[in-house]
Design a protein around this ligand. Structure first.
Ligand SMILES: NC(=O)C1=CN([C@@H]2O[C@H](COP(=O)(O)OP(=O)(O)OC[C@H]3O[C@@H](n4cnc5c(N)ncnc54)[C@H](O)[C@@H]3O)[C@@H](O)[C@H]2O)[C@@H](O)CC1
Ligand SMILES: [K+]
Length: 462
């Protein structure tokens, strides 16, 4: 996993002090980062338009124009004269080698957005909105310098933001790039090194981490002398809609759990691979409850919640106040945003809209985890957040093919499967969430057609 920082300005400052560097050196490295990417990816005669604002993000762009000058067909458009000292210096340097300045933007092959960076501190004015809108409409390959212009430091978009194919961010990954809203603007994310060893950022404290494919730990079986009990027994509590329990059970069974039993009062028609019972199994090693549950008697629910077994709590259960008494070291919660706002309200933390939550996901996850530090929370979204106490892990591999009924039941089943097999809760959530999203990423058919069954099939080929 890679470290993510809420802000890097103070890190840049510390690096300058510790290593006797200067803003100029850092900026040169920032621009070289983008230059290298362009030089590697594009042919020499391609037209590049760099659009620079008045701050240091703009200054990065002016430096980039100098670096690409004569190697590509580069044009530089300034929204206004640079305001910072280093911006003015970059302009002097660019002018001295006759960089091509243009008075209007145009549809180049490549557009580099250097209008606003991390210094965006107020709403965009009409000129900036028009400019970004026009750039977005161009059919060019779009690169955002540091952060797409219009996306603020909390990862929010008030009116509009530059829609990049790739964001080349300076020094280290920033939290803002991983809000759910940001997902439609950042494109791919790449870090440009600033002339400071990686170790500097790696040794700097943070509590946010971006998950990588290599963080996936599959439940491979490495003991031959084993039996089905070796791999746990998951109980999925069924309620009004047995379909959700079946999906979760099939996901769990395919992900290695030795035995899966659906617990239901009525005899249900379920796949022959899955067992059925009316009471919790004696050798049960984990429980999944909530998916398709509907109404349940409080005393029955309480009898399940008080069992000292790892549990995945999902869906309908986030509307029942009873769970607040059991948010302990056995529990994983897997709400989607609507369920999470219900949980926040039940817990008397806050009463907010989905929009407010989606604009401030990290903030509310933190507030919840401060109140319930023992619980492991997985907040669904286009960038999944897994959190416990102070630590946050972000899975950014998800895509829109997962936006379909049943995807969440598969995820709960996968997490419960790993818990039943003995994974710790955070590790179980990380691997299950990665498996879930990577299965969707590997799906080769049209992105509208993925079903929970396809997802489960994909898990088998990871
Ligand atoms: N800190 C450092 O040492 C480094 C900074 N670098 C670059 O510097 C950037 C940050 O530079 P700045 O702090 O100068 O900020 P920005 O370049 O992001 O922009 C801020 C400028 O735009 C104005 N502004 C802010 N919001 C506006 C709005 N809504 N409408 C109109 N004007 C607005 C501000 O008054 C300021 O003049 C980073 O994103 C990065 O690209 C890099 O060169 C690497 C090194
Ligand atoms: K930018």
């Amino acid at each position: 996993m890679k470290k993510i920082f809420d802000e890097v300005r103070s890190l840049d400052k510390k690096a300058i002090e510790n290593y006797f560097l200067s803003e100029d050196i850092l900026m040169e490295h920032a621009s070289i980062g983008i230059q290298k990417y362009i030089t590697k990816k594009f042919k020499k005669n391609e037209k590049i338009l760099i659009v620079s604002g008045t701050g240091n993000n703009g200054a990065d762009g002016i430096a980039l124009a100098r670096l690409l000058h004569k190697k590509f067909d580069v044009s530089l458009y300034l929204t206004n004269e640079p305001k910072t000292e280093i911006g003015k210096l970059q302009l002097k340097r660019a002018k001295s080698i006759n960089v091509n300045f243009v008075k209007d933007i145009f549809q180049a092959d490549i557009i580099v957005d250097c209008i606003f960076g991390t210094g965006l501190n107020k709403e965009l004015d009409k000129n900036s909105i028009d400019l970004i809108e026009k750039l977005n409409n161009f059919k060019s390959f779009k690169i955002a310098c540091d952060i797409p212009s219009g996306l603020d430091i909390l990862g929010r978009v008030t009116t509009i933001a530059f829609k990049a194919n790739i964001t080349i961010t300076m020094g280290a990954l920033k939290t803002a790039l991983f809000s759910d809203v940001a997902k439609d603007y950042v494109g791919k994310i790449k870090v440009a090194k600033l002339g400071i060893e990686d170790e500097f950022f790696q040794s700097t404290l943070t509590n946010k981490y971006l998950l990588e494919k290599s963080d996936l730990v599959l439940p491979y079986r490495n003991i031959e002398n084993s039996h089905k009990g070796t791999y746990g027994h998951l109980n999925v509590i069924s309620g009004e809609k047995v379909g959700a329990s079946i999906i979760a059970s099939m996901a769990a069974f395919s992900f290695g759990t030795g035995l899966v039993t659906i617990i239901s009062e009525n005899q249900e028609s379920i796949p022959h691979l899955i067992m059925q019972d009316k009471v919790i199994s004696k050798n049960c090693t984990a429980i999944a409850i909530g998916m398709g549950l509907g109404k349940i008697d409080d005393s029955k629910l309480e009898n399940i919640l008080k069992l000292k077994l790892p549990k995945v709590l999902d869906a309908d259960i986030f509307y029942n106040k009873l769970i607040l008494e059991y948010l302990n070291e056995y529990v994983v919660l897997t709400p989607h945003p609507k369920e999470f706002i219900s949980l926040l309200k039940l817990a008397n933390i806050t009463d907010i809209s989905i929009e407010e939550l989606q604009n401030n996901r990290f903030k509310y996850v933190k507030e919840f985890c401060n109140k319930y530090p023992d619980v492991v929370l997985l907040l669904k979204g286009s960038n999944v957040i897994i959190a416990q106490d102070d630590n946050i892990y972000i899975n950014s591999f998800g895509n829109s093919s997962l936006s379909k009924g049943g995807s969440g039941d598969v995820l709960s089943g996968l997490i419960a499967s790993l818990l039943a097999q003995g994974y710790k809760r955070v590790e179980g959530c990380i691997s299950a969430s990665l498996a879930h999203t990577l299965s969707a990423l590997n799906y080769s058919k049209n992105n509208y057609s993925l079903t929970p069954d396809n997802l489960i099939e994909g898990i088998k080929n990871l």
